[in-house]
Design a protein around this ligand. Structure first.
Ligand code: PRT
Ligand code: ZN
Length: 225
């Protein structure tokens, strides 16, 4: 059941941002009946539907206006924005609120034995990453001639497996890097979760609902500060 009158919100189905995004919606009074195997969940007290998808899909769903709002990590959002821009697709969105969870950084790390002096030490090297657009942008900004190797998972084992000289991956505690004999050298992007809105205008009712919910989100965030 989809109803164009109901506000559609995309959240990560299962992963690091799921629980906190759902908790935030509940904290602002949105009652949700979530069935784990279902893509959609309906609010029982507000005209809101939740679309539970992979985080990779959320920026595109918002930018294309398939959903009205989305909870997403800024790293994923910025990467998809660059990818869509390069492909000539719509890459606009509106940020409603930066959120206080999902904090991490996208960093370049090298094996412990790598003699790293500056970003120029990466010249002529290969760097494995899931974020090729952000990494290429960094290389261009820094004027470094290095190449990206795209890997969708297990990035941290790439140097040991002989697939790359270095990696560019998300870091929060640093434990994964340490466990894999890697040292963090350059932070190229800092990220938290964020709530975004589609660029296309919404109906008066939907916009009014968002305008009513947003101050509640601000209230929940401030209460935690
Ligand atoms: O299945 P789906 O595609 O939806 O999920 P996913 O596997 O792509 O994403 P998920 O759930 O792992 O992460 C979702 C978002 O959480 C990311 O896009 C970031 O915005 C945010 N986030 C915050 C993180 C981390 N912290 C994080 N530490 N995402 C991933 N990591 C991984 C990192 O890739 C590395 O493998 O955790 C490891 C490093 O952690 P530390 O603590 O050892 O440094
Ligand atoms: Zn993902």
């Amino acid at each position: 059941m989809t109803d164009a009158k109901r506000l559609r919100i995309a959240v990560q189905k299962s992963g690091r941002l799921s629980e906190k995004s759902i908790s935030l919606l509940k904290a602002i009074g949105v009652k949700l009946a979530i069935q784990d195997r279902l893509l959609m969940a309906h609010s029982t007290n507000m005209p809101i539907d939740l679309m539970r998808v992979r985080d990779d899909d959320i920026p595109g769903l918002v930018m294309d206006g398939v959903v009205d709002l989305g909870f997403i990590g800024e790293n994923e959002l910025e990467e998809k924005m660059l990818e869509r821009k390069a492909a000539g697709k719509n890459y606009q969105y509106e940020v409603l609120r930066q959120l206080d969870y999902g904090g991490c950084r996208l960093s370049i790390a090298v094996p412990n034995e790598f003699q790293y002096n500056s970003v120029n030490s990466l010249a002529g090297k290969t760097v494995a990453t899931t974020y090729p657009y952000l990494l290429e942008r960094f290389f261009q900004d820094q004027n470094v001639d290095a190449s990206c190797v795209m890997l969708t998972g297990s990035v941290e084992v790439a140097p040991r497996a002989g697939l790359a000289d270095a990696i560019c991956d998300l870091v929060s505690t640093g434990a994964t890097l340490e466990a894999n004999g890697l040292k963090e050298e350059e932070v190229i992007f800092r990220s938290t979760a964020t709530l975004i809105q589609r660029p296309q205008p919404l109906s008066g009712e939907k916009q009014a609902l968002i305008d009513r919910l947003l101050p509640r989100i601000n209230g929940v965030m401030q209460a935690k500060e």
